[in-house]
Design a protein around this ligand. Structure first.
Ligand SMILES: Nc1nc2c(c(=O)[nH]1)N[C@H]1C(S)=C(S)[C@@H](COP(=O)(O)OP(=O)(O)OC[C@H]3O[C@@H](n4cnc5c(=O)[nH]c(N)nc54)[C@H](O)[C@@H]3O)O[C@H]1N2
Ligand SMILES: Nc1nc2c(c(=O)[nH]1)N[C@H]1C(S)=C(S)[C@@H](COP(=O)(O)OP(=O)(O)OC[C@H]3O[C@@H](n4cnc5c(=O)[nH]c(N)nc54)[C@H](O)[C@@H]3O)O[C@H]1N2
Ligand code: SF4
Ligand SMILES: [Mo]
Length: 858
């Protein structure tokens, strides 16, 4: 730090110009701000070609990946830019960064970086004043003291309560805890919601490929029907651009979503507003329309051949042996035996789409059109949605939009958005051994905090979908060594209670994040910019190798260094987890990188490595012949497979299975797509959270639309009359970047409220509003809009909790204060299923986030 400041002074920067150019007074000491100053303060140096453009990591889980470059002059980042490695074109697009990547230096050099190990002031062995977690002061301590105290407490807890009393997130320190006798892990369906546990048994997949064709084939579509997706925000690199090419090629877009988001606006999609969590009802209405309107001679909507050859369970004739033929999907939809046809009128009452629009949607899916039916994961991050992916597959199978050019049905999300198919260029493995955790206890995210508070939980294995087994659990220590669990898992109110109950809480952190804030010990972490280098992966055509940008800052250290030092104090042999250093790990990844050659089949080594490279790096390895030299790759930072129409890199999902299902069976019991899936029902029902049927049926979500009524039949509204969803917001990548002042200023993080609802509640744009759920209360500033449908509120995902301890109201607008620890089905985190009351807040108005003081400790 001192070094960097000296260097800045050497670059003739006056304190006055430094302050003037800082974006916000509070961030005046931010080196990001100062880097900005240097851009204008030293044009001479830039003109002189001083410094070096290095590939700078953008390493967060943002749903995309882009090339970021930093101009480093004498160890200081003076400027950032993005991909200019080749000219931009629709077929071979540049990998251009979004606003967050371009603000990365504001994060890395932020004044609020944690600088030293620290301890909570009122901590004492056993926890001290535990209720002060989250509101205590901090004391700077040495690394030595930190390790002594943490190792001491872990030893004591292990001796008194055993390893089952230690909970950890699963990062590098957890490996050491595994060597120390084990720890209680955690698991959740996170991103993909029910696309996790439902896919395998019904025949969707394999997992990386959930059913869509590649981006160039998508240009053959006539209609693209989008459900719950917003790549303009949630896959901010190429995908929106790829979809624009599909539009340019002539496709029409339809969007089914409670929110007319920026993606739909960009593509001028025909919006069908639909209530959150209720897509199953809507799609059953679509299925009903398809069945009753289909006529092979005059109005062919259904692909009967695909249903017959590639699926089981659609009708009584295609049921698996042993199953009651009456339990088939078609008869459920028609209401043959239960007396309730799931027609458009039935669906409309639940999902809010007018019946004629449901019919329009079904007709738009007609088998004779080239249609893409594509889903983001958001609608499956809902409660009781275990059958939704199966129903999506059923609709795709009914309309035959599978396995053919210009036809597709599946997931378009995250780095796979708009572009299906296996990776064409991949990084190698670091070569570290895996360390077995002797403790098998693993807490599902939906009940993790409850389990710590209440002392019992439902064991189902870590994503093993085992038969549920109630177990006692007595957690005494929480160790955060990866992720932002307290902030991002279900039910933060319970989470805070859990964090105040245990005897020890430790976090590795770069900033005073929520995990860190509620800890006893916080260990300052380096960022990727301070590391030797590494890889990030994104869409299937690219691989990014980043370099070190700056020296290690302050007293920060890497997770691995911390893990090893802790391990030494615990008396374990850390070489079992980390037998070689981080440089060798990085080198192994380089050497193991692979690329698919233009024949579309052969996988070959990517990087040419010479004996001289190996000697220069001082690592162990063998020379190899690849497609790009190590030097070139490092300079460029990006390897991108060049694509053009008609090349061998195209991908049609399920093609082989469609063409010859007998020769290419799926991994299901029947080898076919299972519209009736015994395996799925067994998996879910065994776990013990809630029940489903082997066919997709409608089950009201615990906190879904019906729960907004005190009496559904008479339509009397209840205490929580509004539904809330959590769009992934462009200011952040989950909780990351929330502290960056540039981004706070540009993206204020309001709460989106429909104009009609606002009027009824006397709420004006800019008013501070209170949202109350059964699980907590948050404040935010209202943004009144027609882009959210009536009855639905949008609270952006990931804002850092800022609890007012006096009122118990969160002024930060944290989504998980409202979302509860509700377990259904496969233990899916059902964040988009949440109901609230909305009112104008009578207390003091919120100040904009950008005006809040940064969390600068030392
Ligand atoms: N209510 C609600 N909750 C949600 C969602 C929602 O839609 N609504 N979405 C969910 C989804 S899809 C996901 S994927 C999860 C994401 O949940 P998380 O993965 O927990 O979220 P991030 O904010 O990405 O957390 C990354 C954390 O790692 C820290 N970090 C950065 N670099 C390092 C490092 O080198 N070492 C260590 N130890 N830490 C580092 C960052 O500062 C940050 O605190 O959130 C889920 N939570
Ligand atoms: N800027 C930004 N981008 C991100 C992330 C981030 O935190 N910030 N996180 C990344 C990660 S890890 C993930 S998993 C992805 C998630 O990516 P997505 O799942 O695509 O993201 P969301 O923004 O939650 O939701 C997309 C759309 O779904 C709609 N929606 C919500 N619930 C429902 C529903 O029940 N039915 C229907 N039909 N629509 C619904 C929302 O209104 C929104 O328009 O985003 C990634 N990209
Ligand atoms: S989209 Fe993601 S990888 Fe690309 S610049 Fe933005 S935050 Fe970074
Ligand atoms: Mo995610």
């Amino acid at each position: 730090m001192v070094n960097l400041l000296d260097k800045i002074n050497e670059l003739n920067l006056s304190r006055r110009s430094f302050l003037k150019a800082s974006t916000a007074a509070a961030a005046a000491l931010s080196l990001g701000g100062c880097a900005n100053t240097l851009t204008t303060a030293s044009p001479d140096q830039m003109a002189n070609g001083e410094g070096e453009w290095r590939t700078a990591a953008c390493w967060h889980n943002c749903g995309s990946r882009c090339l970021n470059k930093a101009l480093v002059v004498d160890g200081v980042v003076v400027r950032q830019k993005t991909d200019d490695t080749h000219p931009d074109s629709p077929d071979f697009p540049q990998q251009r960064a979004c606003l967050r990547g371009r603000s990365q230096r504001q994060q890395v050099f932020g004044a609020d970086r944690l600088k030293y190990p620290m301890r909570r002031k009122n901590w004492a062995p056993g926890g001290g004043q535990k209720e002060l977690r989250g509101q205590d002061e901090w004391v700077r301590i040495s690394w030595e003291e930190a390790f002594e105290s943490i190792a001491g407490e872990l030893k004591r807890i292990k001796e008194e309560h055993g390893n089952r009393a230690i909970f950890a997130d699963g990062g590098d320190a957890s490996k050491v805890l595994a060597l120390y006798g084990g720890y209680v892990s955690n698991w959740g369906t996170t991103s993909r919601g029910t696309w996790h546990g439902t896919n395998g048994p019904v025949g969707i997949g394999p997992s990386a490929v959930e059913g869509i064709n590649d981006r160039i084939d998508m240009r053959n579509c006539e209609t693209v029907i989008m459900f719950s997706m917003n790549p303009a925000w949630s896959s901010a690199g190429n995908p929106a651009y790829n979809f624009m090419q599909v539009k340019k090629a002539g496709a029409e877009f339809i969007a089914v979503d409670p929110y007319y988001n920026d993606t739909y606006a960009l593509l001028e999609a025909d919006w069908i507003p639909s209530r959150p969590s209720e897509d199953t009802a809507l799609l059953l209405g679509v299925a009903h329309t398809l069945i009753v309107e289909d006529d092979p001679a005059t109005n062919p909507l259904i692909d009967w051949e695909y249903l017959k050859n590639n699926t089981i369970g659609f009708d009584a004739d295609s049921m698996p042996e042993g199953a009651d033929p009456k339990d088939n999907f078609k008869d459920y939809v028609l209401g043959t035996y239960d007396g309730t046809p799931k027609n458009a009128e039935w669906a409309s009452e639940i999902c809010g789409v007018e019946p004629q629009r449901i019919r329009y949607l079904a007709r738009a899916m007609s088998k004779n059109k080239k249609v893409a039916i594509i889903f983001g994961w958001a609608s499956a991050r809902t409660q009781n949605a275990d059958s939704l992916p199966q129903l999506v597959m059923t609709i795709g199978a009914m309309t035959g939009h599978m396995g053919k050019s210009g036809h597709m049905c599946g997931v378009s999300c995250h780095t796979g958005s708009s572009n299906g198919g296996p990776g064409l260029v991949t990084a190698g493995k670091d070569g570290l051994p895996s360390v077995e955790n002797p403790v098998d206890d693993s807490l599902n995210h939906t009940e993790m905090w409850r389990a710590i508070v209440d002392g019992k939980y439902n064991f189902t294995g870590q994503m093993k979908w085992k038969k549920g087994e109630m177990r006692d659990i007595d957690i005494r220590a929480i160790y955060h060594d990866t992720s932002a669990r307290l902030q991002t898992a279900d039910g933060m109110t319970k989470g805070i209670e859990a964090h105040r109950k245990v005897e020890l809480v430790v976090s590795h952190a770069q900033f005073l994040t929520t995990n860190a804030k509620y800890s006893d010990f916080v260990l300052p972490l380096t960022t990727e910019w301070e590391k030797l280098g590494g890889f990030v992966t994104g869409n299937r055509e690219i691989l990014i190798m980043y370099s070190q940008i700056t020296e290690k800052m302050y007293e920060c250290e890497s997770d691995q260094w911390i893990a090893k030092e802790l391990g030494k104090r615990l008396g374990v042999d850390v070489s079992k987890a980390f037998p070689f250093d981080e440089k060798q790990q990085f080198f192994n990844m380089i050497a193991g990188s692979k690329v698919t050659l233009p024949d579309g089949k052969t996988k070959a080594p990517l990087v040419t490595i010479t004996a001289a490279d190996i000697a220069e790096w001082g690592v162990e390895g063998e020379p190899q012949e690849g497609q790009i030299t190590l030097k070139e790759f490092k300079e460029q930072g990006l390897y991108q497979v060049e694509r053009k129409p008609g090349d061998n890199y195209g991908f049609i999902a399920y093609k082989k299975f469609r063409d010859d299902p007998a020769a290419n069976p799926l991994g299901t019991e029947s080898g076919k797509m299972e519209i009736y899936s015994r395996a799925l029902a067994q998996r879910i029902n065994n776990m013990g959270y809630s029940k489903i049927e082997p066919i997709p049926t409608y089950i009201p979500p615990v906190e879904g639309y019906q729960a907004t009524f005190s009496d559904w039949k008479s339509k009397a509204k209840g205490d929580y009359p509004f539904q809330v969803i959590n769009p992934h917001y462009l200011r952040r990548s989950h909780s990351v970047f929330d502290n960056v002042q540039w981004l706070r200023e540009t993206w204020p993080n309001p709460v989106f409220i429909n104009a009609q609802d606002a009027k009824a509640k006397g709420i004006m744009d800019g008013d501070t509003v209170l949202l109350t759920s059964q699980h907590g209360k948050v404040l935010r500033t209202a943004l009144v809009t027609e882009r959210f449908m009536p009855g639905v509120i949008g609270l952006p995902h990931g804002s850092w909790v800022d609890m007012d301890e006096k009122t118990g109201i969160d002024k930060g607008g944290a989504d998980n204060i409202l979302c509860g620890p509700v377990s259904t089905g496969q233990g899916a985190s059902g964040w988009n299923t949440c109901i609230v009351q909305l009112e104008k807040y009578a207390g003091a108005s919120l100040i904009p986030d950008v005006e809040k003081p940064q969390r600068i400790i030392f």
